[in-house]
Design a protein around this ligand. Structure first.
Ligand code: SF4
Length: 186
């Protein structure tokens, strides 16, 4: 299967109730062979309207962090655990995550990143550890099926709590250092 075929499957998916309220599915965007893949939780209002991940204020903040360490959206891949917007931006339900997570697993297989960066607690709990605590464990490196994985704060959470912007910047510096040491293709 190609990434485009997977995208078509997502666009046609009606496996959970979120298909009823979505405007667009949000598959993810970026380099289809990226060595670094960012994974958030689910689309919000702007993402649902545009079909693109991390647009609006939180997306601009993510772009700022990427730019600050010399990265761009074109070099990485950005997606979410859930491909359709939960109404009123509520947290995804566990059963919705269960329904949708196989799409992310397929994306990871097809893109084959060397480092996965979870943006926020929901992605970190799903991909790293159900008891993951972002405030205590952000920036730590773990293993995910032979790949490196870490988590940092979700940009939307940083808009609500700017006090975590400095540690987030340190996490992005670490991402850049890993990319340099491991000779990532950027
Ligand atoms: Fe399908 Fe995922 Fe959308 Fe649910 S959230 S309808 S599983 S694509």
């Amino acid at each position: 299967m190609t990434l485009q075929e997977l995208r078509s499957q997502v666009e046609a998916c009606t496996a959970c109730d979120l298909c009823r309220t979505r405007t667009n599915t949000v598959f993810g965007t970026g380099n289809e062979h990226a060595d670094i893949m960012f994974v958030g939780e689910a689309p919000g209002r702007n993402e649902d309207e545009t079909g693109l991940p991390f647009v609006g204020a939180a997306g601009h903040l993510l772009d700022d962090y990427l730019t600050a360490v010399g990265l761009s959206r074109g070099e990485v891949f950005i997606g979410n655990i859930i491909k359709c917007r939960p109404p009123n931006n509520r947290d995804p339900k566990p059963e919705e995550e269960d329904c949708c997570i196989h799409f992310l697993h397929s994306q990871i297989e097809l893109i084959d990143p060397k480092l996965i960066v979870c943006l926020g607690r929901i992605a970190a709990k799903r991909l790293i550890d159900p008891n993951f605590q972002v405030t205590k464990q952000h920036g730590e490196l773990f293993r995910y099926h032979g790949r490196l994985i870490m988590a940092t704060f979700h940009p939307a959470a940083l808009l609500r709590n700017p006090g975590n912007k400095a540690p987030t910047f340190s996490d992005f510096e670490k991402i850049y250092e890993i990319a340099k040491v491991k000779n990532f293709n950027l």
